[in-house]
Design a protein. Structure first.
Length: 187
């Protein structure tokens, strides 16, 4: 937590950054009159509250996980996958059969809208395995005999640096990066 310092210039600069110039003018006039005691305490309380809110999401998730932690973490991951599929396919009834010509003129297929080349790339990166076009498509539509689509997608999201940004629009819309970082801390 940042400690509120009574140095005149630092206090004003800090408050301007936190609360705007109106607050700084109020602080300056209070400081000039020597009445900073209660004002300082109020600002310190506000700073503590802001620092605590950074950890709120983590503490909320930890409370939800009270009990069988791994099963609940798996549930959180499944929830991310369900929201990703909904976001990517727009609620198509047969999500694994969804096909879309993407903005890069490549076909995106399956419930997570994988592109064939992306599946090939991540299979090599994560598993050291060269796969052909057919295998990539089978993974994308969850029909591969040894690589499950959900596991593959979670591996990309949780083990590849910035892997979640393979679904940039949905990741931004749903805040997946923050959730994934929190889940990683819980594991």
């Amino acid at each position: 937590m940042a400690k509120f310092v009574k140095k005149h210039w630092f206090g004003i600069l800090f408050i301007v950054l936190v609360g705007g110039s109106g607050v700084a003018i109020y602080y300056q006039s209070e400081h000039a009159r020597g009445l900073v005691g209660s004002t300082t305490a109020r600002y310190e309380a506000e700073l503590r509250k802001a620092d605590e809110s950074k950890n709120d999401a983590l503490s909320v998730l930890r409370k939800k996980l009270n009990g069988d932690t791994q099963a609940k973490i798996d549930g959180l991951k499944k929830d991310i996958l369900a929201r990703l599929a909904q976001c990517e396919t727009g609620g198509v009834v047969e999500q694994n059969s969804a096909i879309l010509l993407d903005s890069n003129n490549q076909m995106s297929i399956g419930r997570y809208m994988w592109q064939r080349e992306s599946v090939e790339y991540y299979a090599k990166l994560m598993y050291g395995k060269e796969i052909d076009r057919t295998e990539a498509i089978l993974i994308a539509i969850d029909e591969h005999p040894t690589i499950a689509l959900d596991d593959f997608t979670l591996d990309v999201m949780f083990t590849v640096k910035d892997g979640v940004w393979a679904w940039a629009n949905c990741a931004k819309k749903h805040g997946f990066e923050g959730e994934i970082n929190i889940i990683k801390k819980l594991q």
